[in-house]
Design a protein around this ligand. Structure first.
Ligand code: PMV
Length: 319
């Protein structure tokens, strides 16, 4: 029975994806840009040919919702596929404040296409991963990557590509955890509700091309001050847009604000760093590798747990 194993790292967006232009194809309303992060990773084995479709996630049977998403994606890999067994393990805590869906769906499509004997380009793999979870389109790539909004109605031009490799810039992303519980509103539900009810949504969409253009230059020039200003602006505008939804989507907790104040205090002391937040209360702080000890020590005073992550490589086959 053909089988393949792939490893992928999660990524954190610096310019955020929030909103869809096509729900069925999972096409984004805006482009986004991210950093893939090690050492956290997902390892997924796909056995192409089994007695029944079976998903085992971190040692337990997948929930009906998790299984539905995984096997729907495998139907896109091959609509005539056999029954498939999927074993997936995250080597990081599921409550680490990182979207395990980004590494999960990237590892899944890579392993599945290999097990199915398909030769696909990395762009085609990114298109497929996008159908499982938008952010997964970016986790096929190492280092700094961008997910193109695309124009085609079929979405075949909405995939990610590498902007700069893993070793381009020696930075750290420090993840400060305040709340390890499951998030109240999924990113999928939160973004659909925002685009349906927030009066700020058109302004959010209109603001994103400038952020992307400036972020590309800041990454190319390794300018942490410039990139930091763009990433905080992108996160604040995304959250402002969802806070203005009706009823509001509010992921912030008191710890989120304390961490933001810690970052500002560090900057006042001359340490270049900047924060971002996703669909949850935890805060991620980008800084130079040389400042990581000091930034993480400061964040440890306000957070329950702190993880120090570094740029990771692309998704890869390991078996
Ligand atoms: O790809 P999803 O559906 O998990 O949504 C990701 C949404 C954010 O994490 C908030 C932003 C992003 O670009 O990753």
């Amino acid at each position: 029975m053909p089988s393949a194993t792939a490893v992928a790292h999660p990524n954190i967006a610096l310019c955020k994806y929030w909103g869809k232009r096509d729900r069925a194809l999972n096409l984004p309303a805006v482009g986004s840009l991210s950093l893939t992060l090690a050492p956290f990773s997902t390892t997924t084995t796909v056995e192409w040919g089994a007695d029944a479709d079976e998903l085992v996630l971190n040692g337990r049977v997948g929930t009906p919702e998790e299984s539905r998403k995984v096997f729907a994606l495998l139907d896109l890999v091959d609509s005539w596929r056999p029954k498939v067994r999927v074993l997936s393990e995250n080597d990081f805590p599921t409550a680490a404040g990182l979207a395990s869906s980004s590494s999960g769906f990237a590892a899944l499509v890579l392993a599945a296409c290999k097990a199915a004997g398909q030769e696909r380009s990395v762009e085609q793999l990114s298109v497929l991963a996008r159908r499982g979870s938008g952010s997964a389109s970016r986790s096929l790539f190492g280092g700094w990557s961008e997910w193109k909004v695309g124009e085609r109605p079929d979405g075949m031009d909405s995939y990610a590509f590498e902007l700069a490799p893993q070793d381009h810039w020696d930075v750290r992303m420090i993840v400060a955890i305040f709340d390890a519980g499951p998030k109240g509103t999924s990113s999928r539900d939160g973004m659909l509700h925002t685009q349906e009810t927030s009066p700020y949504y058109p302004a959010w969409v209109a603001s994103t091309p400038r952020d992307l253009a400036e972020a590309r230059l800041a990454i190319r020039g390794r300018d942490l001050g410039a990139l930091g200003a763009i990433m905080e602006r992108s996160a604040l505008r995304m959250h402002a847009c969802m806070m203005a939804a009706d009823p509001p989507v509010l992921y912030w907790k008191s710890g989120s604000v304390w961490a933001q104040e810690t970052v500002r205090a560090l900057r006042d002391r001359g340490i270049a760093c900047a924060w971002t937040m996703d669909a949850g209360p935890n805060v991620k702080v980008l800084c130079a590798a040389a400042d990581a000890d000091e930034v993480s020590a400061r964040l440890s005073r306000v957070a329950d747990v702190v993880h120090v992550l570094e740029p990771g490589g692309p998704a890869r086959l390991v078996g």
